[in-house]
Design a binder for this molecule. Structure first.
Ligand code: SAM
Length: 258
């Protein structure tokens, strides 16, 4: 992993916002955003179940690192009072555009997760949500501390970080894979369950699960074709699911402030 600072992290995600190529339609159009959503939840079907969008109707939600805003629009559509921060202005502008296109209301702040309490009232959010974000910054624990400050005493945190004991980490270690679609990601930390507990200081973890193995042939996937790798194709579906639950790349953490 390269040495870097927050400017490197920002430059990386500005160069290639997450999921930017999830559709071939013209970027920023309704068709584009619809296809981005369809592909994201096709490839990562565990996300809606983890976020439970409908649960947050009428609740104050803060998303840390909203990216292009796929989960964002689903929180807003479900009736949440939606707020987001994002380090990459390029990503955030697209998320804002997406809200305009669909006539949704949301509050977007261009800042980093390390500075939440400078921008939001303390103890003010029912849900602080962050999917695949905090492991990409220099010191993720700083973001967790900030999350703890802005969450209500009876609020909830839901975050996804990358799992160390995972198929993907093994493949990266063996030189067959890389953490992100584009190479050169400055930081992509991975966690064991014990390390996740240390990361989540100030919270009691109420649920910790692993999920998600990307099964497709990358050369086909970038052509929008979904052909499983031969070794996954040969595997019965319930066996593949068992593998995902044991060696998934996504560590899904839910917690309550203590
Ligand atoms: C893998 S993408 C995930 C985006 C979105 N959550 C999703 O699921 O599509 C990682 C995002 O984290 C953002 N990010 C990285 N470090 C950050 C920080 N310190 N504060 C806020 N956002 C950050 C990046 O700009 C990028 O948009």
């Amino acid at each position: 992993m390269a040495d870097g600072n927050i400017a490197d992290v920002q430059a990386y995600w500005n160069r290639r916002p997450c999921n930017l190529r999830h559709s071939k339609q013209e970027v920023g159009t309704r068709e584009y955003f619809d296809e981005v959503e369809e592909r994201k939840y096709f490839v990562e079907p565990h996300i809606p179940a983890f976020a439970e969008f409908a649960k947050w109707k009428g609740k104050r939600v803060l998303e840390v690192g909203c990216g292009l805003g796929t989960d964002a629009v689903n929180f807003a559509r479900a009736g949440a009072e939606y707020n987001a921060i994002e380090l990459s202005e390029v990503s955030m502008e697209l998320a804002k555009k997406r809200f305009d296109v669909f006539g949704l209301k949301g509050n977007f702040v261009a800042t980093r997760g390390e500075e939440l309490s400078k921008h939001f009232d303390l103890a003010s959010f029912d849900l602080v949500y962050s999917f695949g974000v905090i492991h990409h910054t220099l010191n993720p624990v700083e973001i967790v501390r900030e999350m703890r400050k802005v969450i209500k005493p009876d609020g909830e945190v839901r975050i996804m970080v990358y799992a160390k004991n995972s198929w993907k980490d093994a493949m990266i270690g063996a030189g067959f894979d890389q953490p992100e679609a584009q190479s050169g990601c400055p930081y992509a930390y991975t966690y064991t369950p014990e390390e996740a507990h240390a990361l989540m200081e100030g919270f009691k973890i109420t649920s910790l699960e692993q999920d998600h193995i990307f099964p497709y042939v990358v050369e086909k996937y970038v052509q929008y074709e979904y052909e499983p790798q031969p070794w996954f194709k040969a595997m019965p579906e319930d066996m593949f699911r068992a593998l995902e639950k044991r060696f998934g790349w996504h560590m899904l953490i839910k917690g309550k402030p203590v």
